[in-house]
Design a binder for this molecule. Sequence first.
Ligand SMILES: *Cc1c(COP(=O)(O)O)cnc(C)c1O
Length: 436
Amino acid sequence: MPGQLRCFSHACRANFAITDVLYTCPRCGGLLEACYDFQALEPEALRRLWRDRRLSDDLLDRSGVWRYREMFPFLDDYAGVVSLREGNTPLLDAPAAAAYSGLDGLQFKHQGYNPSGSFKDNGMTAGMAQAVRLGRKMVACVSTGNTSASMAAYAAAAGLKAVIFIPHGNIAYGKLAQALEYGAVTLQVEANFDQILALVRELAEREGIYLLNSVNPFRIEGQKTIIIEMLEQRGWRPPDWIVLPGGNLGNASAFGKALRELKQVGLIGRLPRLAVIQAQGAAPFYDLFRSAERAAIRKVDDPKTLATAIRIGAPVSWPKALYEVQATGGLVETVTEQEIADAKAIIGRCGIGCEPASAATLAGMKKMTGAGRIRRDADVVAVLTGHLLKDPDYIYRYHTNQLLDPDGRPLEPTFGNRPVVVPNDPARIAAMLREG
Ligand SMILES: *Cc1c(COP(=O)(O)O)cnc(C)c1O
């Protein structure tokens, strides 16, 4: 039973075949989601099956995404799946970060341990499998960030041609470097993001290129496994809160869908609450959530944040994310550049580390516990979305007091750790080390 595609708009709910090449609903323009009949699934049997697969030598079973394939059965067979051993990410206790945020305890689910260093790999392996299944030879996305790095890696592994479109003037070098190394064709277009999106859609239509942008419903299916794996690691005890950063809001959508479906199958008895954290300079979803009617998102024309992975002014998946956050009784919060920078340094001091967007989670927790919106004894899992080394420039600047916010104002190196120049003199160095 390969499921079907369904329009997410509750006024439309049109159904389409799972193999139709659609990115949005052809009737109403709404978002699409994959739907399945989960009736035959038994929670106990699934738990055992997923445990046993960890001992298998089959890469499909060892993948932290495809191990849970019963929860996203959109393929007819698994011959075309390309795995780079994505998922399998750790759930880490972080007492120092917990104390910093005013919580008794806190766990990090670190998606930066993925093959290309971000959670985009969880979704990309699924999206790429759909591209292969549809017989496509070329895939594309518009991104300068982790999506291009991930798509380039999986396309290379699958033997498909990858084309990345870079919006004018926005280049994140660390992530772009990965895309170049993985062999993606990288095109810089003299146009803004919306114009490029229109261009890419036309090209996709004409040339049969499969689009792996964040609206792609199959990427969302793969990202559900972040939640499944985390709950499995916790012995199927749902936390009180799951905290994550929000950019295009694909991940918030995926998390909500996963939780609903796990409850439907009987793998969990209740829904944890989702807390989505945005950067103050790029917070259209926060504004929407705070508005009285929560009717339609208002685009932020010039989104500003050093956390480039969440520098999104018009998040495409907002209707899904709004539905999911509300369904869990969740929250949306914003944090400042200074709060992100300091929280990031604290995560580093735990020996864990992450990229700036990920640190918005800890900054958000601190703010919400401080305001009494989350209890100090709450059971909280924060999802760290990307690896520390995605953005080394930011780190060096912070620790050496050279980090400027997007408006050019200096940020305070509250937990700065600058390199020290010393003379070639063991006695003086020893004395210095003793002083601490
Ligand atoms: C893509 C990304 C985000 C934002 O996720 P959305 O699904 O777009 O909300 C956050 N952090 C990192 C590291 C990312 O790569």
